[in-house]
Unconditional design. Structure first.
Lengths: 167, 83
């Protein structure tokens, strides 16, 4: 299941809803992404201006229609690769503040390995394939978050060996 | 043909979407971008750095040489940063 919504979600409630009445699930992995009040490119540098550069809000824009399509495709890919009993992706959009939930990914399987791996796969792929964009607001103004090479590398490691050989 | 812009492309163009009717000679995404760039300085600014632009045709990621057709929904946006 996938959901794209402006409203907050309760990870505990979502997990309970997913597993209620189920006796075939042996392991659950839950990832929840939150908004940090991190400082910009010089994050953690101890810059004296860093305090003024903390993020005040983060606004998530998305492409209605394509977002749902991509999330459903990514979830289907995870279901095809791992034996999952249940899965859920919830992604928020709109104006969020530090400490708020952004994204929830839950994977349920008979055994832990599939739940762990499928969860990492889903987060890595949605970061590079789901059409969301983050706008950070600081005291000095707003700026769009740039895509990170590290996220691309994280997504590429899930490329199937067969697919790579075919290139 | 419906064109959508997201994130800073939307800001640079000054609109989130527009209806356009390019001439028949415009058959690929690359040709469409060249045609759009000639529309206004705002469009030219939005497409100034194509390395930072991605495209989707009818809500699927596409290449610059991908063919386009009347009635397509074509979206331009920066590399995604969700999650």
């Amino acid at each position: 299941m996938i959901r794209v919504q402006r409203e907050d979600f309760d990870p505990g409630q979502e997990l309970a809803r997913l597993t209620v009445g189920r006796t075939d699930i042996g392991g659950v992995m839950l990832f929840c992404g939150l908004v940090r009040d991190m400082v910009g490119p010089s994050e953690g540098s101890g810059d004296k201006n860093a305090a003024a550069e903390r993020i005040r809000t983060m606004t998530l824009e998305h492409y209605p229609g394509m977002t749902e399509k991509m999330l459903a495709a990514i979830e289907a890919e995870a279901q095809a690769r791992w034996p999952l009993q249940a899965s859920l992706i919830v992604h928020r959009y709109g104006r969020l503040h530090p400490g708020e939930n952004i994204v929830l990914v839950i994977t349920c399987s008979a055994h832990r390995q599939a739940a762990y791996e499928a969860n990492m796969f889903l987060v890595d792929w949605l970061k590079t394939k789901a059409p969301f964009w983050k706008l950070e607001e600081r005291a000095s103004g707003t700026s769009w978050v740039a895509a990170r090479a590290g996220d691309d590398a994280a997504a590429v490691r899930w490329t199937k060996p067969g697919a790579k050989a075919a290139e | 043909m419906r064109i959508l812009y997201f994130a800073w492309l939307r800001q640079k163009v000054g609109a989130g979407e527009e209806e356009v009717s390019p001439p028949d000679a415009v058959k690929t995404v690359a040709a469409l971008v060249a045609w759009l760039k000639a529309k206004s300085p705002a469009h030219a600014a939005a497409f100034a750095n194509m390395q930072a632009v991605r495209v989707a045709i009818n809500q699927e990621f596409a290449d610059w040489n991908a063919p386009i057709a009347e009635g397509d929904e074509i979206a331009f946006f920066p590399p995604v940063t969700g999650g």
